[in-house]
Ligand binder design. Structure first.
Ligand code: FE2
Length: 284
């Protein structure tokens, strides 16, 4: 693929627009969002534990962290699973019904869910060294990671090389994300999906140098033009979005603000899948 030059990227940023290009996954990974669904359908905590059941340096097998939001601990909480191979988070937002009212109010027991799988640039090698075979779907995404990592390395070199001397190491982190509504009925699914997108989707830029957005199964992501403030959807799923993260501002780039806007999707109950790859610096 042809890479954009620093001058071309500066020109795009001077108009406030996001950096979009046709990406190389269209041909070799056309079913990536279906594969993400299959992986989430199969992944259980015991399976996660089996795949992470080995030692690497000071990491020993499964780590579990239960996190609660300080202000609304009964409404926003997460279960986070870590291990030497990869990561798995379940982020819970109580509601939409139980979001209303204080902690003494009568509850119906509903919540919406965001699950995340994190694959790292060390995942394949560590699993191989430990003689643990990745599942076919994990293998698929590790192959995808091998294709996109050089794109991020290229843009890091092109745009952010002035930060190099302050960086201890760079980390490439793939995030597969599923947004689902386990408590919805046919009647409430649109309301639950809307609550999910609104709770998890406020405008932000990523805590990273760069990111690549390489697909969403239901169109909800919008990026903000930082010159005129307009929000736009991505044109299609063959278009890759290069996100400038928070730390790119240290090299005079404008971080790419993005958000999710609920798409009723004809009232479907489909879960939504997103594939993103972050490129982060661990500073000295
Ligand atoms: Fe983001």
């Amino acid at each position: 693929m042809k890479f954009l030059t620093k001058t071309e990227l500066k020109e795009i940023q001077s108009t406030g627009g996001p950096v979009l290009f046709k990406h190389p996954l269209t041909t070799n990974f056309p079913d990536r969002l279906d594969k993400a669904k299959i992986l989430f359908d199969k992944l259980t905590v015991p399976m996660f534990e089996t795949l992470n059941n080995f030692e690497f340096e000071d990491e020993k097998g499964l780590r579990i962290e239960h996190w609660h939001d300080e202000d609304v601990p009964d409404k926003i909480y997460a279960h986070r699973y870590g291990g030497p191979a990869f990561g798995y988070d379940l982020d819970v937002m109580v509601g939409p019904k139980d979001w209303e009212g204080d902690s003494d109010a009568k509850k119906v027991g509903d919540h919406v869910l965001r699950r995340k799988i994190y694959l790292f640039d060390w995942t394949r090698e560590r699993m191989a060294d430990a003689n643990i075979k990745p599942t076919a779907e994990i293998e698929y995404f590790l192959d995808l990671l091998d294709v996109v990592k050089p794109i991020l390395e290229n843009y890091n070199e092109e745009c952010l090389s002035d930060q190099k001397e302050n960086v201890r190491f760079y980390l490439t982190k793939m995030m597969l994300i599923e947004y689902s509504t386990p408590f919805a009925t046919d009647e409430t699914v649109v309301e639950h999906r809307k609550f999910n997108s609104e709770r998890f989707g406020p405008s932000h830029c990523d805590e990273a140098l760069l990111g690549l957005h390489v697909g969403e199964s239901i169109k909800e992501i919008q990026t903000r033009n930082h010159v005129n403030g307009d929000w736009t959807y991505l044109p299609d799923n063959d278009t890759c979005l290069l996100l400038f993260g928070e730390d790119s501002a240290n090299s005079d780039w404008n971080p790419t603000y993005h958000r999710m806007i609920h798409n009723p999707n004809d009232g479907s109950s489909d879960s939504r899948y997103v594939i993103l790859i972050d490129y982060q610096a661990r500073y000295k």
